[in-house]
Design a protein around this ligand. Sequence first.
Ligand SMILES: Nc1ncnc2c1ncn2[C@@H]1O[C@H](COP(=O)(O)OP(=O)(O)OP(=O)(O)O)[C@@H](O)[C@H]1O
Ligand SMILES: [Mg+2]
Length: 724
Amino acid sequence: MGTPIAVAADLPYAPLVCDGHFGLLAAATRRQAGRRWRGNPAFPVAHEPDAQADQATPLHGWPLFAHRIACYTPAAMLHINDLVYRVAGRTLFERATVAIADGHRVGLVGRNGTGKSTLLRLIRGDAAIDGGAITLRASARVGEVAQEAPGGSRSVLETVLEADRERAELLAEAETASDPHRVADIHTRLADIGAHAAPARAGAILNGLGFDHAAQSRACDTFSGGWRMRIALAQALFAEPDLLLLDEPSNHLDIEARLWLANYLRTYRHTLLLVSHDRDLLNAVCDQIVHIDQGKLVAYAGNYDRFERTRRERAERQAALQTRQLAERRRIQAFVDRFRAKASKARQAQSRIKLLEKMEPIVPVAEEAPVEFAFPSPDKLPPPLITMDRAAVGYQPDTPVLRKLDLRIDMDDRIALLGQNGNGKSTFIRLLAGRLAPMDGAVRKSSKLRVGYFSQQQEEELDLEGTPFGHMRRLMPQATPTAVRAQLGRFMFSGPRADQKVGSLSGGEKTRLLFALMTRDAPHILLLDEPTNHLDMDSRTALVEALNEYEGAVILVSHDAHLVRLVADRLWLVADGTCTPFDGDLDDYERQLLGERGARGPADDRPAAVGNGGGEPRRDQQQPAAGPPESRKDQRRQAAENRQKLAPLRKAVERAEKELATLTAKRTDLQAQLHDPALYDGAQDKVRALQIELGYVEKQIAAAEEAWLERQHALEEAQAADAA
Ligand SMILES: Nc1ncnc2c1ncn2[C@@H]1O[C@H](COP(=O)(O)OP(=O)(O)OP(=O)(O)O)[C@@H](O)[C@H]1O
Ligand SMILES: [Mg+2]
């Protein structure tokens, strides 16, 4: 906080007026800033200045009330002060306050639907706030990814270069200007803004996002929607605004582009506000996290992991303090109860009653309600669910994307599809979903097969004017309204949320709606094409748990390696125009992708899974040599049983690990307190209490370790039996 230089004591709430910016923009400056933003596609209008304002007003909403003048750090880029915002009777922000200093890279996190995208909208001034103030540093340029992906016949590189409006305008003027002074000025300014290096800089950004040299000179409208979104992202990065707002920028990127983006943002020269559910990205980029927690904005120093740690420790400390306080209360209360009636002790009892009254109750940190999904398990069907016999699939006659597909899927299969972007993973899924018909060969499906299909594309197919209830109703025409609402309720669309317009749902909420629609008739197979993109971290965990409980087959496409590891037990590789089982695990694949084959001896001996060169796709190599159908069926049943058996064991190990971690953190905390020299200055009671507690925690740790070892042992034995 800056040094107060004046205190206006005669105002209703004595405000502190600080040196540096007041967070108030003179009307002229605001008009200028407005022009600048409006003129630039990468800087959409951040705020429509109030036409009548002839005196300074906060950038957003509120007129100049003296008590609204906030105290600013000189270097604050963004100041949110007592923000109140409601939508459809629900309060998203309730007196939320946070300051973001210039030059910081801040991760904005929170569960789906807590208001992250809304907050970005409020910062841009696209919606009116209900109270408080949002203030930007004077004349700061705000940039974001355009909502509309760029199209048209201009080349990708030109489109990105145009995002620097000033450069584009100066270059245009230089071509027509005749006044030699003006021409000189233009060239000086162009040199100042590094205009000549701009094409190289734009090219480097585009390259990082996956556009090679040839792609950069192609027209924008020759690219698909997903790639055009990358162009929009490149524009925002190239424009280098003072405050860059990014809302889930890595959602449509493959792993290489994600890595590049993380690296780029890590060294961003200005201020960044990044909304993401991607832990790796947040960890790599952010030096501060702002968490939307029950309508408040809470800032934490450090990256995402550190934020989680700090939060956990805070919750533990608070819980420990509460336990101690409750014990203290019980002790005092017992004294009071015993001696209240006794004349000789009545005074002490009275003073203790007062003590009890004075004790400020310590409330534990409120835990967020757990997220839970339930995917109804289907009735059993005789195997196989689907067989492909030399099948081919594609979009244009005679040019199949995939061919020679010789695969089968059974009910206990958990398969993840690998393969680089554009290889045809989604095409394969569409074939299974029946959205594409085979162009050649045959795809046979069990006659009673029900398929659940999820893809980002379906999000675009939702009727934005409709409601979740209306969507579900259409798909369950025979069901009663109660049954329709019950299915929605399983995915947290209860009460009025089922009647909200789909267009106003948040990204994660739309994903949840698609899950609800997909599982309405207990499908035998779930086809999941990038299901986690918009999901918050708790929902991702809930998804893994729901999939583990689910008894049908799962075919998964995901960039999220963690999810693939937790869900899939087999990998298929889509490459070289076909799909074949991959012989190896995800690590093998990543190594192979990075061209590090040979780093691990035994893997070298395996036949390469890519580069089949259009030869015969091999049958499933992860299966033991194909036996008679009956024994294969038995094996699968056995595998499913084992998986079911393993799930609770795994959970038990996880629980034991968690408990151990909690206790160890407690021990560290106690040890730290005992190492504090200040502790020994006061009464020794505290030291003794801490020592006793430490002894108790040590005992608990020993027991927890024992439990963990036992559970781990049981799990390993079960896994070994499974492998045998
Ligand atoms: N017109 C509206 N009527 C009712 N609710 C609305 C309306 N507009 C937005 N909401 C709700 O406001 C909440 C915040 O939405 P927002 O898009 O900001 O969430 P988010 O934090 O970005 O979530 P996600 O992580 O899923 O992207 C959501 O629950 C959304 O359903
Ligand atoms: Mg959002």
